[in-house]
Design a protein around this ligand. Structure first.
Ligand code: NAD
Ligand code: UFG
Length: 334
């Protein structure tokens, strides 16, 4: 029996594949390489000393997916494949609905055909919208999405809930991630987006290696301790372990929702200062106007994941900053 990981060569997917292989699971990866590269597989194998199967397939390619299910005995799917750039989704909404929503429908249809009814889905804290309280709890429900990207996550969550109502043999885990940063301690896998990054840590990394001149900190006059926005940053390895725990608990049909965050809020300035301190490197920055759509503060209530999944984040901000630098300094030309 194998675990199918869609988007398995991507940032969070690759770290999850490492944890799966380490725990003795057999893994099949499906990825169209639209935002990752095939050499991630070699690096996963170097870290784990184990092999995984790889198919370069788009999840919207039903025939291709059917072949994957025919050739393997898939017991569950961890579904990461999707487009994730909030700003780009505003400019290209149809691409986001097509890739994320239609892609998920195709995948579910093939799973149904092969009677594989267990899925862990990559959702996001963005589905809460703006609930008016910075501490997000699972029973707050979904709010109004602030971008087409966020809307695709909310639609997929609803679709999966409807699927369970229609056929209660499905076992579905919706994992709502907060802000993943960091990299595997080996420095062999991590996040290194093409072009100018949108997210904070990839931007800091590029400033630190001298590829970009300075970081713009969006807003210095929020009602927070130092005026900059507060988020719940989580080490990508902790996040990967959270998927393992969710998978282990997929033994009773239903839809289960869990936040994966640390529960601690950290400001943008705290991240910059910690990155400078632990890596002994300067990160040039300036204050810039607020970015449209940013909330001043939000963080997870992670207690449900702790009690139900027996999972909690273990790595702190210093480790996240150290591992992010270790990865980028070893991969600056790739
Ligand atoms: P990523 O871009 O590094 O990984 C996604 C992978 O999916 C890539 O390797 C890409 O090539 C692949 N992919 C995209 N569309 C595909 C398709 N149609 N068919 C096959 N493969 C396809 O992103 P990530 O940061 O690892 O995120 C993984 C998942 O987690 C995404 O669904 C994302 O929306 C979600 N998520 C990410 C964050 C974050 O901040 N990184 C936060 C919340 C949720
Ligand atoms: N920031 C800067 N400068 C930058 C980039 C970011 O100051 O160059 C700030 C942002 O204003 C924000 C914080 O750093 O205050 C974090 O920003 P990110 O873009 O890294 O992350 P977001 O919190 O905006 O978005 C993340 C995920 C989305 C998800 C969203 C809500 O990237 O996928 O959380 O859960 F939708």
């Amino acid at each position: 029996m194998q675990i199918l990981v869609t988007g398995g060569t991507g940032y969070i997917g690759s770290h999850t594949v490492v944890e799966l292989l380490k725990s003795g699971k057999e893994v099949v990866i499906v990825d169209n390489l639209s935002n990752s590269s095939k050499n991630v597989i070699d690096n996963i194998e170097k870290i784990t000393n184990k092999k995984c199967k790889f198919y370069e397939i788009d999840i919207r390619d039903e025939k291709g997916l059917e072949k994957v299910f025919e050739e393997n005995d898939i017991e569950a799917v961890i579904h990461f494949a999707g487009l994730k750039a909030v700003g780009e989704s505003v400019v290209k909404p149809l691409e986001y609905y097509d890739n994320n929503v239609i892609g998920t429908i195709k995948l579910l249809e093939v799973m149904k055909k092969f009677v594989c009814k267990k899925m862990v889905f990559s959702s996001s804290a963005t589905v809460y919208g703006d609930p008016g309280n910075p501490k997000y709890v699972e029973d707050m429900g979904r709010g109004k999405a602030s971008s087409p990207y966020g809307a695709t996550k909310a639609v997929i969550e609803e679709m999966l809930e409807s699927l369970y109502i229609a056929d209660n043999e499905w076992t579905i885990s919706l994992l709502r991630y907060f802000n993943p940063i960091g990299a595997h301690e080996s420095g062999l896998i991590g996040e290194n987006p093409n072009g100018i990054p949108n997210n904070l840590m990839p931007y800091i990394q590029k400033v630190a290696i001298g590829e970009l001149k300075e970081l713009s900190i969006f807003g210095d006059n929020y009602n927070t301790k130092d005026g900059t926005c507060i988020r719940d940053y989580i080490h990508v390895v902790d996040l990967a372990v959270g998927h393992m725990k969710a998978l282990q608990k997929l033994n009773k049909p239903g839809v289960y929702i869990h936040n994966l965050g640390t529960g601690a809020g950290t400001s943008v300035l705290d991240i910059v200062k910690t990155f400078e301190k632990v890596n002994n490197i300067k990160v040039n920055y300036k204050f810039a106007p607020r970015r449209a759509g940013d909330l001043p503060e939000f963080f997870a209530d992670p207690s449900k994941a702790k009690s139900e999944l027996d999972w909690e984040a273990k790595r702190g901000i210093e480790e996240m900053c150290r591992d992010s630098w270790n990865f980028i300094s070893k991969n600056r030309n790739s």
